[in-house]
Ligand binder design. Structure first.
Ligand code: GRF
Length: 209
């Protein structure tokens, strides 16, 4: 299984995937890691790991459609079996989803369908839920929507800050992501046949967090 991973930030979840592949615990090939902006830690650590990297800088394009088309083109050039959004903070178009239909996997730090969007951790705390968690799902053209593959619960402690909770969620998120990728690579988890997309996404940026 060949994957292209997309990151916007620190890429600590991706690092766990890189480590698992290197340790021989995850039978997949990371064909490339891409970002939507230059200078991210995620790209830096991928390069340090000797992986091929690319940046399709959102700000360098005149329109979202042009950026999105270029991102799809570059991803497709690696002929991936799966595109992984690992803390990729931009919503891609219905065209992108159609091109990688049922092959675009996202992780989110909340128990979807609760608390989608850019502030899943903060929103769960603000609501006052006592249990939140993380979700790995096939992304469709909505904001953190699409068929759920796996979830894990994480308790919210009275003393939690957004950061402390997010860090505890990420510990679970990394394990869950590796478990799902292993299941997909080994065939234990079936792929999905997503229906043709009706464009559901608004054009919001930074919606996955
Ligand atoms: C993860 O919690 C992911 O679900 C969310 O952003 C975080 C990415 O963290 N969208 P990192 O860049 O892997 O450290």
């Amino acid at each position: 299984m060949r994957i292209v991973a997309l990151v916007s930030g620190t890429g600590s979840n991706l690092q766990a995937v890189i480590d698992a592949v290197r340790a021989g615990d995850l039978p997949l090939e990371i064909a490339a890691v891409g970002a939507d902006r230059p200078g991210t830690r995620g790209i830096e650590r991928s390069a340090e790991a000797g992986l091929e990297t690319f940046v399709v800088d959102f700000k360098a394009f005149a329109s979202r459609a042009e950026w999105d088309a270029e991102l799809a083109r570059v991803c497709a050039s690696y002929e991936p079996d799966l595109v992984l959004s690992s803390g990729f903070m931009r919503i891609v178009s219905a065209e992108f989803i159609a091109r990688f239909r049922g092959r675009y996997l996202n992780t989110h730090p909340a128990l979807l369908p609760a608390f989608p969007g850019a502030h899943g951790v903060r929103d769960a705390m603000a609501y006052g839920v006592k249990v939140t968690g993380c979700t790995v799902h096939w992304a469709d053209a909505g904001v953190d929507t699409g068929p759920i593959v796996a979830q894990r619960a994480v308790e919210i402690r009275p003393e939690d800050t957004e950061d402390s909770l997010h860090e505890r969620i990420k510990v679970q998120e990394r394990e869950l992501l590796i478990e799902v990728l292993r299941g997909l690579a080994e065939g234990g988890i079936p792929s999905v046949d997503l229906p043709e997309q009706s464009p559901g996404a608004d054009d919001a940026d930074q919606s996955r967090r």
